[in-house]
Design a protein around this ligand. Structure first.
Ligand SMILES: [Zn+2]
Length: 147
C-alpha cells in the first residue's frame, strides 16, 4: 500500500528525509511551514518586517538540530487531532532549533519520551507512520534523539 505524507509539501521522504521550507529570494529569510506555492500565493509577503520581498523558493532544511524546548502531551488534544490509539497514549513534543536559525515543533519519534530529551541535545528528522487504513499509510515527520 502507498505511504503518503499527512501534509503535502512539508517534508520529503526516503532514507534521509528533509523538511521543506520557504526562503525569501530577497533577504533569504527562511520560514517553516512553507508558504503556499499555488497561484493564490502570489501575494504572500516576506515575514521579515524590514523586507518587502514577496517571492519565495523552496529549500530543504538540515536534518539535525538541537532541542530548544520540549513538553509532554499527557492529554488527548482536541480535534482536528486524530487519536491513533485508544486509549490515548501520551507523546512528547520537541521544539528544535535548526542551523538555519528557525525553531520547528514536532512530535518525538516512536519509542522516545521526555526522559530521552534535554535542552541542547541533538535530534534528527525521521518520517514515521502516523496512521493507516485501507487507503494506505499516512506519514509524518518526527524528531529522534541522536546517540
Ligand atoms: Zn525577505
Amino acid at each position: 500500500m502507498a505511504a503518503t505524507p499527512v501534509i503535502e509539501g512539508w517534508f520529503t521522504t526516503g532514507e534521509e528525509p528533509r523538511l521543506l521550507a520557504s526562503r525569501c529570494t530577497r533577504c533569504r529569510n527562511v520560514v517553516f511551514p512553507p508558504v503556499p506555492t499555488d497561484a493564490d500565493a502570489a501575494a504572500f509577503f516576506c515575514r521579515n518586517p524590514a523586507c518587502d520581498g514577496e517571492e519565495h523558493e523552496t529549500v530543504a532544511l538540515s536534518r539535525r538540530g538541537r532541542v530548544w524546548s520540549y513538553t509532554d502531551a499527557q492529554y488527548q488534544p482536541p480535534a482536528p487531532y486524530v487519536p491513533t490509539t485508544d486509549p490515548f497514549q501520551p507523546f512528547a513534543l520537541a521544539a528544535v532549533e535548526l542551523p538555519e536559525g528557525i525553531v520547528v515543533l514536532g512530535q518525538v519519534a516512536d519509542g522516545y519520551g521526555v526522559a530521552d530529551l534535554a535542552v541542547g541535545a541533538e535530534v534528527e528528522l525521521v518520517v514515521e507512520t502516523l496512521d493507516a487504513d485501507e487507503m494506505g499509510e499516512r506519514t509524518i515527520y518526527r524528531w529522534r534523539p541522536v546517540g
